[in-house]
Unconditional design. Structure first.
Length: 259
């Protein structure tokens, strides 16, 4: 198993893959990377089917729905175009939790044209060791192959399903957001989540706290953006950029009172 935590780690990983491609020679082998990759994804899917997951082989992903079908947990696998038979066959995994109700609400109440239905999306590596980064397995290595086949179903069964149940509890998620222990990736997505599940005061509290915590990083851009929006009006489309600009837009579009 390999860990990718920093930009340097990622660059070295990409370079090593490209180097394998440049050194590739014609060879005869029964071990086709796409076959090995598809095989282990299917095996993992079979192991998790007894816990309610449905495996979709054409997309190499699993889905688990809440009883009311409101929430969906998705585990998705991916590989590399630079795989080389008998040397390197990459397996990466990620998970996400989405809400049908959140998606419907944000489509009806977008930030200009931005809407979101995903509560969280992370690499499976966070369930193994949150401090190490993203986990990558080399399936051409027998030890890595066996580890992936053992570890991934275990963390999904023992940790991910429990987390999926927790993330469905709005009170817990809202509390963690206000404590600064959780967000949906961006102020825009987090604010939309809070507006969907709570009243405006909760969203205002979150963004006010966000401004205080990030004051040195976003205060100047936030102030400049507020003035620009006041003079020029709300833009025609939402372009993700500086968080200070994003907070100013959220305050204006959703008519929030930030302290």
């Amino acid at each position: 198993m390999k860990w990718i935590k920093t930009i340097t780690d990622l660059k070295e990983h990409i370079f090593s893959n490209k180097e394998r491609v440049s050194n590739r020679k014609a060879e005869i082998s029964n071990e086709k990377p796409r076959v090995i990759y598809s095989e282990i994804c299917k095996k993992i899917g079979n192991k998790l089917s007894q816990f309610g997951f449905t495996y979709y082989p054409s997309q190499h992903k699993l889905k688990l729905f809440s009883e009311d079908k409101e929430y969906c947990l998705e585990v998705k696998f991916s590989s590399s175009p630079d795989n080389k038979a008998n040397q390197y066959i990459e397996l990466k995994g990620s998970f996400s939790v989405s809400s049908k109700g959140l998606r419907k609400f944000t489509k009806a109440n977008p930030l200009i044209d931005y809407w979101n239905g995903t509560i969280i999306g992370r690499d499976l590596g966070v369930l193994i060791d949150n401090d190490k980064g993203n986990a990558i397995w080399n399936l051409a290595n027998r030890n890595d192959y066996e580890l992936a086949l053992k570890i991934i179903p275990e963390i999904c069964k023992n940790d991910l399903i429990k987390y999926f149940e927790t993330i469905q509890n709005n009170e817990i998620v809202t509390k963690d957001i206000l404590k600064g222990d959780f967000d949906l990736g961006r102020p825009s997505a987090t604010t939309q989540y809070l507006l969907y599940h709570n009243d405006k005061k909760i969203a205002e509290k979150y963004l006010s706290n966000y401004l205080k915590v990030k004051k040195e990083l976003i205060d100047e851009i936030y102030t400049e953006s507020k003035a620009k929006i006041k003079n020029e009006g709300i833009p025609d489309f939402f372009a993700m950029g500086h968080y200070g600009y994003e907070v100013a837009l959220l305050e204006e579009v959703y008519e929030l009172n930030l302290k």
